[in-house]
Write a protein that binds this ligand. Structure first.
Ligand code: SF4
Ligand code: SF4
Length: 467
């Protein structure tokens, strides 16, 4: 049988060590550098491979080496289709309150006060009942506006959905995206009791940045209260802090990590980056008039690596290797719905609040309009860039919304496209126990000379120690 190397291998060499990450399996293999050469020689048809037989077996198992006739792109197409049309799982994103108590200038939603209507909750229960013969699980993401402004609606609907799932032996899981203002210990306990096991809260930097980027409606700071809430909530549910970055605040991210560490959150919460973008479909959303200063894809990829190293040094853990996915997000999966407080159905989170992008209403959920088509036709395997992209198995086409709403098609891409070699080099260093080198200085971080130079010197109360 003729063999070949997978097109989704990412190789890295450090000293006498080599590592190969395969995107189809998400597995990393570490070996001596001379063994890498022996593997490559064998696959090229030279030598018996006898002396590295065990390694070859491992590489076949991890899909680094495959049958010459195997079409990996066709396999990815199948993976995507199987996930997109999956009928054994139902997922809701439910907007319990389209109103929000914050006034973030880069918000992508056009919001107005509106709580989840009782008839919309009834319809969501009805869709679950209709789906019971086919599904084995229901996953719910509670979202807003600010979803905890509609906490009564959230509790009530949670209990109804859970009781139906339990009575019918269906799995139930839930998470929430909240600004954190109402995420007190008591609220976290109440959410946990309704099986909301994880919360994502955004903080954009130290107080002088976050209080401007994420002010209370009508003015007023939010940072201190949010951090205090997270410290308490983390005893009850898993909390992830998301830091949205552009060139205005990226260089202040380390200061935020210091403040979170000082608040006792290291090892108790996860931290991750979001990329502020300029893909605007909704002219009524604050984002449409926000003056953006976005990082490019390569800049963000480079910044992410530096941030991950610093975050780990402060004790916030390490994200590990990217893993293969079937589809990128809820928007392109047929069995998943984003449902507004008034019963509007959307596919994409960024369309929440925009009536022109609704695909129908939940009371008549089987009747959808032509807006649905573009989401279910989006397919990375048909795209000339995705179909030749090293990141495809772990990205699968990225953000379709960005693809539809910006001239910069690269804005849809995941960071692995840009930082895969450095990321795998870092994974290799960790796995092989090699020194990771000096920590980057985020305050002076300059991914491409001349871009992020607005850094002002900062005094940190805690210096990271590489652990
Ligand atoms: S990184 Fe970009 S080009 Fe690559 S698969 Fe994702 S969306 Fe497509
Ligand atoms: S298409 Fe993009 S913006 Fe919309 S839900 Fe998916 S990832 Fe989010």
């Amino acid at each position: 049988m003729n063999l070949k190397l997978s097109r989704y291998n990412v190789w890295a060499d450090v000293g006498e060590r080599s590592g190969v990450f395969n995107g189809m399996t998400g597995a990393l293999t570490v070996m001596a550098r001379e063994e890498r050469h022996a593997v490559e020689e064998f696959v090229a048809g030279h030598g018996s491979g006898e002396s590295i037989a065990a390694r070859l077996e491992e590489l076949v198992r991890k899909r680094v080496i495959i049958n010459e006739n195997h079409d990996e792109l066709a396999e990815l197409r199948q993976r995507y289709d199987a996930t997109r049309w999956r009928s054994d799982a139902l997922a809701y994103t439910v907007v319990t309150s389209l109103g929000c108590n914050f006034d973030c200038p880069y918000c992508f939603e056009s919001k107005h006060p509106s709580l989840l209507k009782p008839e919309v909750a009834d319809a969501l229960v009805g869709v679950l009942r209709d789906s019971l013969p086919n599904i084995n699980r229901l996953a719910v993401t509670w979202m807003g506006g600010e979803p905890l402004l509609g906490s009564d609606q959230l509790f009530d609907l949670s209990e109804r959905l859970i009781s139906i799932c339990d009575a019918n032996d269906k799995e139930y899981s839930a998470s929430i995206i909240t600004n954190g203002w109402y995420l007190t210990a008591e609220m976290a306990r109440a959410l946990d009791a309704r099986r909301v096991r994880s919360a994502q809260v955004t903080i954009d930097g130290p107080p002088d940045i976050d209080d401007v980027n994420r002010p209370h409606r009508g003015g007023g700071p939010t940072f201190t209260r949010i951090v205090e809430n997270i410290a308490q909530a983390a005893d009850h549910i898993e909390v992830q802090v998301r830091i949205n970055v552009d060139t205005n605040n990226a260089h202040r991210a380390e200061e935020l990590l210091v403040l979170l560490a000082d608040a006792g959150l290291a090892g108790r919460v996860r931290v991750g980056l979001g990329k502020i973008t300029d893909a605007v479909s909704n002219a009524a959303a604050p984002l449409a008039s926000y003056t953006k200063s976005c990082l490019t894809g390569p800049e963000f990829g480079s910044f992410e690596l530096a941030f991950n190293a610093i975050a780990e040094a402060y004790g916030f853990g390490f994200p590990g290797a990217p893993q293969p996915v079937g589809t990128p997000c809820t928007a392109v999966r047929a069995g998943e719905l984003v449902v507004g407080s008034d019963g509007e159905m959307w596919k994409c989170w960024d369309d929440i609040g925009d009536p022109t992008q609704a695909i129908g209403t939940i009371s008549d959920y089987r009747t959808t309009n032509s807006q649905l088509q573009k989401w279910l036709e989006y397919h990375p395997a048909d795209d000339p860039h995705c179909s030749t992209c090293i990141a495809m198995p772990v990205c699968m086409g990225g953000c379709a919304h960005h693809d539809f709403h910006t001239d910069d098609r690269d804005a849809r891409c995941g960071s692995f496209r840009h930082n895969h070699v450095d990321r795998v080099t870092g994974l290799l260093r960790r796995s092989a126990g090699l020194d990771a080198g000096p920590l980057p200085d985020l305050a002076r971080f300059d991914p491409l000379p001349g871009r992020l130079i607005s850094a002002t010197p900062v005094t940190l109360s805690l210096r990271p120690v590489r652990v």
